[in-house]
Design a protein. Sequence first.
Length: 165
Amino acid sequence: MKNESTKRIKDSQVEMTEIVLPQDTNSLGTIFGGRVMQWMDIGAAICGFRHCRTAVVTASVDRLTFLVPLKIGHIVSVRASVNYTAKTSMEIGVRVDSEEPLTGKKQHCSSAYFTFVAVNEAGKPIVVPSVVPVTAEEKRRFEAAKKRRQERLTMREHETRQSRK
Ligand SMILES: CC(C)(COP(=O)(O)OP(=O)(O)OC[C@H]1O[C@@H](n2cnc3c(N)ncnc32)[C@H](O)[C@@H]1OP(=O)(O)O)[C@@H](O)C(=O)NCCC(=O)NCCS
């Protein structure tokens, strides 16, 4: 269960490029939220695999926002980065931006924080390598993610207590 290794954030970062196809959209020509969430989950999973080099599973997703709609034909950039590592889990931040193909105009469309857990072949949690924040931006994200983890733990404790009543 012990894993003393450390990894740099930049070594597992992911940038995926997609395009919004007709089958991804509703009658208004804007994308289904579930399609965006699928791309985000895949981007985060690849980031988790690169960081851990073991199987990883999605444990939770929070603060998922859809700010502006992606439209048919838009080029989509999905970026994922490990913000924080705890013992067997890590927070991966995912951001989605759109790019209009003819003008190149870019917009921030969506963001979320994914918690992934590294697991062994039996699906049991195993220790993740620690992440080392290097830049000022990485350090800021690391501290913010640490706070969010604490909030998640407090919320889960509260929910567990409530469900026992
Ligand atoms: C995620 C999973 C492996 C956790 O297993 P578990 O036996 O509950 O493990 P533990 O309670 O020991 O928690 C292990 C870690 O997961 C974290 N975790 C568990 N549930 C969580 C949740 N809902 N949100 C955030 N983190 C969670 C814990 O905080 C802990 O992290 P830490 O070791 O870094 O402190 C297990 O619940 C699972 O397999 N879930 C299904 C995952 C899946 O199939 N995802 C795909 C979408 S359905």
